[in-house]
Design a protein around this ligand. Structure first.
Ligand code: ADP
Ligand code: ASP
Ligand code: MG
Length: 424
């Protein structure tokens, strides 16, 4: 049953209505002691307005990168179960430190790890998915505590092993908790005060967007805008849950990500995103019919590698195929392809791990032809070579050399947003 107001939850355990807010704080928001104290103050303010606060935290900025480095130093191809044991520890430091800070303000707060909180996962190590959250322990604890603090990015699988959700996965935990509570919104606090028309670290003139549809945010996250994890947006859409993206550094109004409404504007171009974490593999001269191509991609999928844009053409009854994988999957994908393609008699296999993807996203693109031509015009005027192109109903993506990324993003932003406001 849906809650009465966006934040009201009927607690079976405590048998009262509770007003609960789910807040997630990212790594930069908790980067040092001063930041942890500042976040504790914010949570205390929310509590003073009468809410119970369910907090999800990331590891402190740089911590997970440091853990990845330590793991790789010990072994470049680590046992993934054990890598997850190490990777999950960053968030545990954050829950404890934040709880100490909140308690020191006189507010009863308790941290719980994912075993204690009943966050269950399924699927592969390092890219698992949340399967269920048993809310009873969390809810009963709200009887005695005003703030409960949970680690994002992890859970426990059916064998009682700790698994992580993939980089940036704390956003997913926050949305999953709000969905499990059946409340209608979640606040995600980060180091920018909203979603912008491009990454504000690259484009100085990027503009804040007040409202975005799930579909647009999904395309943006999927094409590299790491401000929200794409699976968190997917989950929010499934549960019709508004994501409020806010800054923990100020009190400025942020961006609401919600379902499409008729009254919402539909600019043809909403934002430019980019992803530097791409690699390209090309196989030339694959003979035979499509079953050979199916064979290649089946073997790649057995390695749990996601393939992005695929381009294929035929020449003298032989196929040339290019596709994109993420850089961390590049060496395994190359090895896999080399193994099968020897048996398929392919002419050549080439790899390039220095490519990037720039994408132009906008729901109004559906009804506004001409955006693709404009994108290609801009890139060609700037002498930026395009290696591959892919289009969805609301997105155009181009694979380019990584050295051209910032130049491409800035030029496209200038065209669509800064000269005559052709976009938003
Ligand atoms: P957190 O640690 O809080 O999860 P992230 O670093 O994962 O934060 O995400 C926030 C960052 O996302 C910002 O600092 C910004 O550089 C980047 N970003 C990329 N694209 C966008 C965009 N379109 N709008 C806002 N931020 C963006
Ligand atoms: N700490 C994890 C990471 O850095 C998860 C997160 O921050 O969302 O990827
Ligand atoms: Mg993040």
């Amino acid at each position: 049953v849906r809650a009465k107001s966006p934040r009201t939850f009927w607690s079976i355990e405590v048998k009262v209505y509770m007003d609960i807010i789910v807040q997630k704080y990212g790594g930069t928001s908790l980067a040092d002691t001063q930041r942890i104290r500042a976040v504790a103050e914010r949570i205390a303010e929310t509590r003073k307005k009468g809410y119970k606060v369910l907090v999800v935290v990331s590891a402190q900025a740089g911590m997970t990168d440091m853990l990845v480095k330590k793991i790789r130093e010990v072994c470049p191809a680590p046992h993934k179960r054990e890598a997850d044991v190490v990777l999950s520890t960053g968030e545990l430091i954050s829950i404890g430190l934040l709880s100490i800070a909140i308690n020191s303000l006189g507010i009863p707060a308790m941290s719980m790890n994912s075993f204690q909180a009943g966050i269950s996962t399924e699927g592969d190590y390092m890219r698992s998915k949340i399967s269920t959250i048993k809310m009873d322990v969390i809810m009963s604890s709200f009887k005695f505590y005003d703030v409960i603090i949970l680690p994002g990015f992890q859970g426990v699988n059916k064998n009682n092993e700790i698994t992580t959700l993939g980089r940036g996965g704390s956003d997913i935990t926050a949305v999953a908790l709000a969905a499990a509570l059946k409340i209608n919104e979640v606040e995600i606090y980060t180091d920018v005060d909203g979603v912008y028309t491009a990454d504000p670290r690259i484009v100085k003139n990027a503009q804040k967007i007040d409202r975005l549809t799930y579909q647009e945010m999904l395309e943006m996250s999927g094409s590299g805008a790491k401000v929200l994890h794409s699976r968190s947006v997917e989950l929010a859409a499934k549960n019709d849950l508004v994501i409020k993206l806010l800054s923990s550094f100020n009190y400025v109004k942020g961006t609401d990500i919600r379902k499409e409404e008729d009254c919402m504007e539909k600019p043809s171009v909403r934002a430019i995103s980019h992803n530097m974490n791409e690699a390209k593999i090309t196989i030339t001269g694959v003979g035979g019919d499509a079953s050979n191509i199916a064979h290649i991609f089946r073997e790649i999928s057995k390695e749990s590698i996601n393939v992005d844009i695929i381009v294929q053409d035929m020449e003298n009854c032989k196929s040339n195929i290019s596709f994109i994988v993420s850089r961390e999957d590049y060496s395994v994908a190359m090895e896999t392809v080399k193994k099968i393609c020897l048996s398929l008699g392919a002419d050549e296999i080439k790899g390039d791990s220095h490519v990037a993807k720039v994408s132009v996203v906008g729901i109004g693109m559906k009804s506004n032809p001409g955006v693709a031509a404009a994108v290609f015009d801009v890139l060609s005027n700037e002498k930026i070579s395009i290696y591959m192109i892919s289009c969805s109903e609301i997105k155009i993506s181009c694979i380019i050399h990584e050295k051209d990324t910032e130049h491409a993003v800035r030029s496209l932003h200038r065209h669509f947003f800064e000269t005559g406001a052709k976009g938003a």
